[in-house]
Design a protein around this ligand. Structure first.
Ligand SMILES: [Zn+2]
Length: 170
C-alpha cells in the first residue's frame, strides 16, 4: 500500500465515523452519531439529549437517506424524545423510561404517531402487524412495554386517524 493510498484509506475511515449533521429544523437534535458500543437495545436509533445514536451510520443512511420521507419520519420520532428529555432532564427521563412501562409506552406512542403519520402522508406502505411486533419487542426493567394485540389495535387506530396524542394538561 502506498503512502497516499494509506492516507486516503485513513481519511475514508475517519469519514465513515464522523457524525451526520442535522439541519437547523431538527433542533434540539444536532447530529446522528455512530456508537455501536452505546446501544443497549436492537432498536434502529437511540436518542440521548441532542444526539441520535446508531450502530452503523452507513447502514442507517442507506435505510433512511437524506431528504427521504423515511428519514424525516424517523427524525420526527427521535426529536420528540429529545424534547421530552431536555424538558424533564435526561437523567430523570431515562430513569422513568427504563423503569415505568406506562411512561415508556406514552413516549413511544407520541414518537411512533409522528413517524407513522409522516410515512402515511408520504404514501409509504405500512404493515400494522409488523409495526405491532416491533412495539411488542420494546422492554424495560419492568417488563414488556405493550402486548402485540394492544399495539396492533393502536397502530390501526393511528392509521385510521382515530388516535391522536392527548393535549398536555395544564
Ligand atoms: Zn422511540
Amino acid at each position: 500500500m502506498t503512502r497516499s493510498l494509506l492516507l486516503a484509506t485513513i481519511l475514508l475511515l475517519a469519514g465513515c465515523q464522523s457524525p451526520y449533521a442535522l439541519d437547523e429544523r431538527w433542533r434540539p437534535l444536532v447530529e446522528v452519531v455512530e456508537r455501536p458500543d452505546l446501544l443497549v437495545s436492537d432498536t434502529i436509533a437511540t436518542t440521548l439529549g441532542t444526539r441520535v445514536y446508531v450502530a452503523d451510520l452507513d447502514a442507517f443512511l442507506e435505510r433512511f437517506p437524506p431528504e427521504s420521507v423515511e428519514q424525516e419520519a424517523l427524525l420526527l420520532h427521535e426529536r420528540e424524545h429529545a424534547v421530552g428529555q431536555l424538558d424533564a432532564g435526561l437523567g430523570p427521563w431515562l430513569a422513568r423510561y427504563l423503569n415505568d412501562r406506562a411512561f415508556m409506552w406514552r413516549e413511544e406512542q407520541v414518537g411512533w404517531f409522528l413517524q407513522l403519520r409522516r410515512l402515511q402522508a408520504g404514501g409509504r406502505p405500512l404493515y400494522p402487524q409488523v409495526i405491532a411486533q416491533a412495539l411488542a419487542g420494546y422492554r424495560n426493567l419492568e417488563g414488556r412495554m405493550v402486548s402485540e394485540a394492544e399495539a396492533l389495535a393502536w397502530v390501526q387506530a393511528v392509521l385510521a386517524g382515530t388516535w391522536t396524542p392527548e393535549e398536555p394538561s395544564g
